[in-house]
Design a protein around this ligand. Structure first.
Ligand SMILES: C[S@@+](CC[C@H](N)C(=O)[O-])C[C@H]1O[C@@H](n2cnc3c(N)ncnc32)[C@H](O)[C@@H]1O
Length: 417
């Protein structure tokens, strides 16, 4: 076994695909390390009399082979890499001694000094693995390594730390779902792409606060203000996307919620495709689920609603352009979530009642959900048309119809969006 050693560890990336790896001990350490070994394609044998439920599940699904017994000499035969992490100190010593004898790189969770390899704190971002090691066994401080790793990964993900080639992303378009409005509710990928963009074309809805954080050189365009000229508004937006990419820019089309939930995202993707321009689609948290949730309304609840249906209410039920079967919706027992329906809610409520839905069905309107201005107004199908007017509910609002509205009461204010 190595004597006290002040030399720095030599970092390396092991390519373990198809290679035998032995793990001694099936406890929490194995549970934490096994997923990365499995992801690396290693041929893993676990030697341990017991295992945590998660480790056992990995054996059940065939991701690892589990020998339910104590370690015995010879277990490391033909092994490339060993992880020794059992609660049995004698077994750990014996396995580590065998590893030394057989020249197998060996990590020991209980004795960093005796180990011949250390596991770095690792993280991944966009095809890059970040591995952080403290230099010597004396200075080993896994928490510090993990904190440095977190800072690097977070910085890369949100774009505050960008490698030079990252700063100048290749020209292209990303259709980014920005979530319902709270700037914390955009995805990590969306936020990083935003930080790397040259041009951002943004809708009124979505996390507009994030636009203030962009560097001054980024051109921010309000989609609602793009002049149409001879186009329709959507065509003008499509054309703006195309023009900026063709000018060599990296463009983010920032949309509210999810790009494909009443977001016309696919029309934009198709317009780009017609010009031979690929686009990256980044899903977003849709207001249809998150806004009710932020107001304490679950769109499903066990024993109450087994389905939820998201409907656009931008045209009235009797409008010949309507594609919605209100009669069928009135027969559903589950939750109806209406978007873009503030103006037409009176007519919609009447149609649902006419087709058999109870006038007492609870309704909630949640305006500007997840933002500082969020407000909730409760009604029933019979009263909602009047309540919207009396309470001056304005778009954007999500309207929830169904028993889930009343199911969760939160008098103590314990639920926070
Ligand atoms: C054109 S749709 C876009 C929906 C979006 N793609 C999504 O997935 O949330 C706009 C409608 O979404 C709803 N909406 C979006 N954000 C909202 C918010 N923060 N609060 C309430 N309603 C919101 C409103 O019904 C609004 O009229």
């Amino acid at each position: 076994m190595a004597e006290h050693d002040d030399h720095p560890a030599y970092p390396v990336g092991l390519r373990l695909n198809g290679r035998r790896v032995v793990v001694v001990g099936g406890g929490q350490v194995a549970q934490r390390r096994l997923p990365a070994l499995i992801a690396a394609g290693a041929d893993i044998t676990l030697v341990s009399p017991s295992a945590t439920a998660s480790v056992e599940a990995m054996a059940d699904t065939g991701e690892i082979r589990w020998e339910r017994r104590r370690y015995q000499d010879g277990d490391l035969a033909d092994t490339w890499y060993a992880l020794v992490a059992s609660s049995d100190a004698a077994a750990n010593d014996a396995a580590s001694a065998e590893a030394e004898r057989t020249r197998t790189w060996c990590v020991r969770s209980d004795d960093a000094e005796a180990a011949t390899a250390w596991t770095p704190a690792t993280g991944r971002s966009e095809g890059i693995t970040i591995a952080v090691l403290t230099t010597t066994s004396q200075g080993r401080d896994p928490r510090h390594s993990a904190a440095v790793r977190d800072a690097i990964v977070e910085g890369l993900r949100d774009g505050t730390l960008a490698a030079p080639h990252h700063r100048t992303r290749a020209p292209g378009v990303a259709l980014v779902g920005g979530g319902p409005g709270d700037p914390d509710l955009i995805t990590v990928r969306g936020r990083r792409l935003l930080a790397e963009a040259d041009v951002v074309i943004a809708d009124r809805l979505g996390p507009r606060d994030l636009l203030d954080e962009l560097p001054p050189h980024v051109e921010v365009i309000d989609a609602a203000k793009i002049p149409y000229g001879r186009y329709m508004a959507q065509e003008a937006i499509n054309q703006a996307l195309i023009d900026h990419v063709k000018a060599g820019k990296s463009v983010v089309r920032l949309k509210g919620g999810d790009p494909f939930v009443f977001g016309r995202g696919m029309e934009e993707a198709q317009a780009l495709a017609a010009e031979g321009i690929a686009c990256t689609v980044v899903p977003g948290i849709s207001s249809s689920i998150s806004v009710p949730g932020a107001a304490g309304i679950p769109v499903t609840h066990r024993g109450v609603a087994h389905e939820f249906t998201v409907v656009s209410g931008h045209v009235a039920p009797d409008d010949p352009r309507s594609l919605v079967d209100w009669e069928a919706l009135a027969r559903l027992r589950g939750t109806l979530v209406l978007l873009m329906a503030v103006d037409k809610i009176g007519a919609i409520a009447r149609a649902l009642i006419t087709h058999g839905k109870s006038p007492d069905t609870p309704v909630a309107l949640v305006q500007e959900g997840t933002t500082a201005a969020q407000r909730r107004v409760d009604a029933t199908l019979a009263t909602v048309g009047e309540r919207v007017v009396a309470e001056e509910v304005r778009p954007p609002a999500v309207i929830v119809i169904g028993d889930v509205v009343g199911v969760v009461t939160d008098p103590a204010g314990l639920l926070e969006g």
